[in-house]
Structures are given as C-alpha cells and as structure tokens.
Design a protein around this ligand. Structure first.
Ligand code: NOJ
Length: 689
C-alpha cells in the first residue's frame, strides 16, 4: 500500500510536516540552482512569486469559447494590468503574434522584474493544419508519424505566438464510454509509451530554445483514464499495481523524451485528488522519476479540491495544491489571491513558494525566454509558416494511415471510380465534424469533405443524400436515401458520432451509433446494394445490425482537414489501408471496460471445454468483435517460420524474434507486424496477452 497522506494531514499537523516534505523534495531531483534565477527570487515579493505560479485565460488574444467552463472571465484591461503588476506569469489559449508581442512587451518593459510571459495553448492535433485526432493517429501504429505531425503542429503554433502545448494526453483509456479516449493513444501501454515519447519529441524538437520548439505537457497526471464507469471527472479506485503497470509508463516515457511540464488530473485516486496528492506530484514524479520541470494544475483543479471535499476553502485548497507539488495554478486565480496571505500568516513556508517559482523560471529559461523574450513572436513566420501545402500533404498522409479497414467481404473495397456511388449519411458532405474534439485553431472552410474528396479523385457518378441528422431523424431522409441507394452500384454510408460526442465531458452510457442513423443504415442495407460503412468516432463503438454486417466496414475516427481526400485515397485504392485498432471494438456497450490484455481469471472460456460457469456475459463472450491490433489491407501477407535468437528470454535481457513476411497479394500494402507474449506462471496474475 502506498501512503496517501502528505498534505491531507490535519491542519494542525501541517506546519510541522511541511518543511519535512520540502526537505524530502529537495533531497530528490530538483532543478539546478541558477544564480540569475536565485537573484530574481531574492528580489520578488510573495505576490510576484504567486504571479509566476499563475496562468490565466488569454482574453487579450481571443480564447475560443466553450473549451472550458466559464469562470471569472477578466476584462482585457484587467488582464494586462495583472501582467504589468507581475500577478500573472503565463496566459493560455490565445494566439497571434502582434498582440502576443504587446503582452510580452508589457511584461518585460513595464513589470518590475521584467520576467517574460509564457504562452500556452491546447494544441492537441494540429494548429491551423488539423491532423487526425490522437486516437486515430495511434491507429497508424507508426509513432514516427505522430512525431512528424506534432513537429508541424509545433512549427505552426510557435509561428502564431505559442510556446507551450497542453499535450500529449497520455492517459491509457480502457473504457470506451469515456469521451476523452479520443485524445490519447488508446488501451495499450506499449503503444501508449511509443506515441507519448514520439509526440513529445515532435513538439519540442531537438532544442527547446529553438523558435519552433513547443514545450510539451504530458497529461493528466494521473490515471484520469481510469475514471469509474468511464464518466468524465469521476473518482478512481485503482491498485498500486495497475497504476504502475498501466497508467504511469506513458508518463515516464514522455519525461524520458524530455517533457519539462506535466498537468495534474481532475480525478481523485483512492480518495486523494490527484491535484492535491503529495505522493503523486512530488514523491513519485520528482522522488522516483527525477522530473525536473514544473506541474501545472488542470483548469481550476486546485479550486475543485473544495468540491472534492478535500479542502475547506480557497486558502486551504491553494495550500494543499502547492504543497502537493502543483506549481502553477490554472485560471482559478487561487494562488495569486491566497499564497501571499498564507505565507504572511506563517501557514506556508516561503521556501515552498520559492521552489515552485524556481521550477517555473527554470523552464522559462530552458525555452530561452530570458535571452529572447520575443521568441516565437515573429510576424514573418506567422505569415509564412502556417497552413503550408506541405503541412496539408502530411495531414493527408496521416489521415490515410489512421484509417482501419475492419471488414471487407468479397473484397468490395477498393471501389471502381467509374461506379455509380450513392454517398449517404450525415457525415458524407459535412464539414463541421471532420476535425474531432479539441481543435481550437483550425479553420473549417479549409477542410475537405468526403464528397469533395471523391470528386477530387475523379468520381463522376455520385449521388449524395444526408438521410439523417447525427442524433435526430431527418424528415423524408430515409426515403430519399433508399431511392438513391437503389439507383447506385454501391452505397457508401458515412455516419457515426458527431465531433462533439467525444472529448471532454462527453462520456456515453452506450457506445452505439445514434438510433436515427442506425435506422437509416437498416433501411439502406435492406436495398441489398453492396454496402460500405464509414464510421466516424472518437472511441471504439459497439456495432449492431447493418453496421456490423455491412460488406465493408471502415473505422475512420475524425481525420482532420484532409479527411475527404484521404478517405478517397483508401476507398478508391490509390493507397491500401494499413491502420490497426488502438482500442478494441466490443460486441456490447455493457462489456466496458473491455481491453484485450485483461487477466485470465480462474474460469476463462477455453476452446473445446464447456462454456458453463465461465467468465463471460449471457449476451457476449469475454472477447471483442474486433480486438486491439485488428486491421485489414487490400493485399495478403504470409508469415514464414518464426525463429528465436535464444531458447528463453532472460529477465533483464532481450530476445530477437524473426520471420520472413511476404506480400502474396496483387497490390502494394503495408503490414503492421505484431508480437504478443504471455507470462504463463508468475507470482501475480498476468495479462492473457
Ligand atoms: C481542461 C482539460 O482537462 C485539459 O486537458 C486542458 O488542457 C485544459 N482544460 C485547458 O484548456
């Protein structure tokens, strides 16, 4: 058992214990002492220190609405006055060089200590050029692709006056009801680690001081993906074993790749809110892992300690969060209002404040902001490095590689471009749902719908019918769709979730396609025409009826600005699909959380044995319709004999596994070679794969 004590101990004990915590933290990994930073700290008032630990929404540069719950929106003049007074050290979710330079000018010319501002933003899957959602990119099984798209996102975001992204999200997501599955790399730890590291390397590049380096933030530390019932923000009950085997490794991989900030999670873990957990934010992060950057709390997460029932009031919440190791407070304003008073009252040692400031200034310095406060605020770059054709080419490549072909009976795909295609469904000619959640800076008008993509690819006999809205029926929609289907050679049915059905606060009780779209699919399937189903979603789905049984089924997630062109590339066979599922598609919603690498139980279903009294549901086997790793191509591959470099695998060594893989089909294709192992007998039970 781990100790979940830390700053949660009663208030009376707190002043006694805090210096002790602080000393433990100091004895562990810390930022190196820097004379310039120490000199600054020695001159700072406690208000100025709290200011460096405060990030506020960037009203000055137009924060897009609806991203976070509305809370204390400030007037622009108020915000700039705070910058001048040194009461804020960072701004987030604004963009633009001209105003960014002005805010920075105020900070470095008009504030007393002239400490530069840090500009953060949610740059999750692209900036102006929108790439597939992270879950989709994970389906490429190609971390290098994620590195490249993160690099381009960094080039564009830093050209628009942003230094720091709140990404990658590295939460392992094993419950598809959770809406934020869309933002990560799925259910598998190994894939999650590879993508976490690749994205950090892509965002930050080789040199943090470079103009186009975007500071990365692995989030949400920790176990946010393990919320009970898949309901966002919910409580987490989890074993130490699962935390360390499943939820921590992607963070460790991201830090090993050089990430210098982390974001604390909203959820509690076994009764202790992550954003108030000294064990998590200090003992594990710094003590065990030698993390040397700073931790930013998620949006108002410090304030939320009150509603968690873990802090009595704002003062208590600010003290607990800072002492836990949450160095920067996002948007609540609690640190600026409470920390100076706490220090003055002797309830918080100044040294604790100093340490957090030291970490923040260290990262600002690592980015080169002291020497070059106008880094990433270059109007020339803003005019010339955003939305370039090469970036769009990459978006198309990434989108293509994110597509997973789930089923292809009688090789219905690829289609002949001379065929008469009926494109049916609410997502066939829809521009509003291509990007997916968390795109603050993309422009809809630049994106390519599926209809446009097919036309661009030379399809001339195309009928388009919407058939249904995403969540409601469309009057006469089904009749028109059925008529179009009857007249066509083949039907392409583009449906699924709308982009606002996944992402933050978008947990679902059922992971099926909305009923009006299911009804549309049934009616269209009943025409008997060859049917290709294209599924948009930010999670794995439970497919039913015509959607499950269609001749061809494609998981296309949310593919970003080049979605239509990329889908046309796949549908018409210019490229073979190569994606693999990063999340398992279950038979039923009620199987959640289902993930492929579950443990065995003592009564697993074993082929050839009775299925009575075994681990399964009445309605579904303990298996997936399409498991993690599944995905077809347009060609066939054969695997030659597998050879091992040694007869056994040493516990601390490696083993080389080789096989010759041959494309035996008629088309080019890419195979994602996967190898799973199982530890059959161990001192604790192990996953089946
Ligand atoms: C809340 C989300 O949980 C987090 O991922 C995001 O970075 C912040 N809001 C800032 O917008």
């Amino acid at each position: 058992m781990f100790r979940s004590t830390g700053p949660r101990l009663t208030v009376s004990l707190f002043p006694l214990l805090l210096p002790l915590f602080f000393m433990t933290a100091l004895a562990r990994a810390e930022v190196p002492l820097d004379p310039h930073i120490e000199a600054l700290i020695s001159r700072m008032t406690s208000e100025e220190k709290a200011g460096q630990l405060t990030i506020l929404q960037d009203e000055f540069r137009n924060t897009p609405p609806g991203v976070n719950p509305e809370f204390k929106r400030r007037q622009i003049s108020e915000l700039l006055a705070d910058v001048r007074a040194g009461k804020v050290g960072a701004l987030f979710n604004g963009q633009g060089v001209t105003l960014g330079r002005e805010a920075q000018r105020i900070a470095i010319e008009e504030s007393r200590l002239k400490i530069p501002l840090l500009f953060g933003a949610d740059v999750i899957h692209g900036f102006r050029t929108v790439f597939p959602i992270p879950l989709a990119e994970a389906a490429s099984f190609e971390p290098e692709l994620a590195r490249r798209t993160a690099r381009v996102a960094a080039i564009e975001a830093t050209a628009a006056g942003i230094h720091w992204t709140f990404a990658p999200m590295v939460d392992i997501a094993r419950d598809q009801r959770w809406g934020r599955v869309a933002e990560g790399a799925g259910e598998d730890v190994y894939l999650g680690k590879l993508f976490a590291a690749a994205r950090v390397r892509g965002f930050q590049g080789d040199d943090l001081r470079a103009e186009d380096s975007l500071l990365a933030t692995p989030k949400h530390f920790a176990a946010y993906g393990a919320v009970t019932g898949g309901m966002d923000y919910n409580t987490v009950e989890i074993s130490q074993q699962t935390l360390r085997e499943v939820h921590f490794p992607p963070f460790q991989a991201a830090f090993a790749a050089g990430a210098l900030t982390a974001m604390s999670a909203f959820n509690d873990i076994n009764g202790v809110p992550a954003s108030g957990s000294y064990w998590l934010q200090t003992q594990v992060l710094r003590g065990e892992w030698n993390f040397r950057g700073f931790v930013v709390g998620d949006y108002t997460a410090d304030l939320e300690l009150i509603r968690h029932g873990y802090a009595a009031n704002g003062s208590d919440a600010a003290r607990i969060a800072l002492a836990a190791g949450v160095d920067m407070s996002m948007h609540s304003g609690l640190y600026i209002s409470e920390l100076p008073k706490l220090v003055a009252a002797g309830e918080l040692p100044m040294a604790v404040l100093d340490q957090a400031v030291r970490r923040v200034l260290y990262v600002k310095k690592a980015l080169g902001l002291f020497e070059n406060p106008y880094r990433s605020l270059d109007a020339n770059r803003e005019a010339n490095q955003i939305g370039l054709p090469a970036h769009r080419d990459l978006a198309r490549e990434a989108a293509r590689k994110s597509v997973v072909l789930l089923r292809n009976e009688r090789n219905l795909l690829p289609l002949d471009k001379a065929a008469h295609i009926a494109l049916i469904g609410p997502l066939g000619d829809d521009r509003k749902n291509l990007f997916g959640p968390w795109t603050l800076f993309g422009l809809d008008e630049n994106s390519v719908t599926l209809k446009q993509g097919l036309i661009n690819a030379g399809v001339t006999r195309l009928s388009v019918e919407q058939g249904s809205e995403i969540e409601t029926a469309l009057e006469g929609g089904i009749e028109a769709a059925v008529a179009a289907a009857k007249n066509a050679d083949v039907v392409v049915l583009a449906l699924g979730e709308g982009e606002r059905m996944s992402g933050e606060a978008q947990s679902r009780t059922s992971i099926e396609i909305p009923a009006p779209q299911q009804a549309l699919a049934e009616a269209v399937a009943a025409t008997g025409k060859p049917l290709v189903v294209l599924l948009s979603s930010g999670r794995a789905l439970a497919l039913k009826g015509a959607l499950r049984d269609a001749d061809a089924v494609v998981a296309n997630w949310f593919l970003g600005g080049e979605a239509g062109n990329a889908l046309a590339d796949i549908l018409l066979g210019t490229h073979s699909p190569s994606g693999r599922l990063p999340v398992s598609f279950p038979f039923e919603s009620g199987q959640q959380p289902y993930f492929y690498n579950h443990r065995s139980t003592g009564r697993p279903v074993v082929p050839g044995e009775t299925t009575e009294f075994k681990t399964q549901y009445r309605e579904a086997r303990n298996a997936a319709l399409y498991s993690f790793g599944h995905g077809l191509t347009y060609t066939t591959f054969t695997y030659g004999e597998v050879t091992l470099s040694a007869p056994s695998l040493p516990w601390d060594g490696g083993l080389q596994v080789s096989a010759r893989i041959t494309n035996t089909g008629a088309r080019d294709g890419e195979e994602v070679v996967q190898l799973y192992i199982r530890d059959r007998v161990a001192s604790i039970t192990r996953p089946v794969r």
